[in-house]
Design a protein around this ligand. Sequence first.
Ligand SMILES: [Fe+2]
Ligand SMILES: [Fe+2]
Length: 300
Amino acid sequence: MRIAAVSDIHARPNGVDNDLLRAIRERVTEFDPDVFIIAGDMNEQIKELEHNLSKVRVDGCKNLYVSGNHDIWFEEDKGIGSLEKYSHLMKEACERSGFVHLPDEPCLVEDIAFIGSIGWYDYSFRCEDLDIPLENYEMKQYRDSYWRDLYCIDWSLTDVEATSLLNQKLIYDLETLPESVKCVVYISHHLPFLELTLYKDRLPWDFFSAFMGAVSSGEILKQDSRVVLSISGHSHIRSVLKLDSLMALTVPVGYGRPHKDDLDSFVDSAIAEIIIRDNEVELLHFVEGDLCQNLPYSFG
Ligand SMILES: [Fe+2]
Ligand SMILES: [Fe+2]
């Protein structure tokens, strides 16, 4: 099973990043995977997201998408809310652009099951040493800094409730897999393992680390020996973690954009290439760290 993965492309609206999307599609096509995975954060507007997905979709393989937090930011001008996006609109947008929205239901390819979830955060990644009261995390604000989901996610769930609900869905998906499934690949946007997070011993960075993921989601994965690979986004720092028979990765691009002469090498660094053979995961090609360090920032 050949798998290509990337996340957090954050493609800008109006086709501005079409060259980047084309380069990703060409690079992945060259690898010739069975499954191409994008682990969220394509665009805040669902129309733009659909356009971008259709540009990056690869022929001749399964194209799987998992929503990121940016993808479900509400669109006030269109009257579209976060829950409506996650539970309905993402599925439709993915289908129209040739992707499967994996959180809706697991996807079976041969004897491997791909299970997806946006994942969420419950502040279990927070740095206790910072001595910041729990209320600040619940308010997503500390001094002058705030986590943008505060103003952009409008579902009526607390973060702890959202994490719990998504964990229940993950358990359900694992428990209801057919017996023929030999191994499981988990794909989420938020991180299931704290060890994938980079702490910098400075604020507000380490305050924001609390919004990276949930330890409880990783515990569910660790308890199921069929789970051999976990692929996530959200953190814009690329990491790899090995836990017994489970390998976990983060595969983001990020907000930086290279000079056009460097686009191909940038994209080459962004695509993770993985092979699963006899339940063994082999990481063929993976670049760690921050791909966007020292590059011009392109957000918005
Ligand atoms: Fe992101
Ligand atoms: Fe994100």
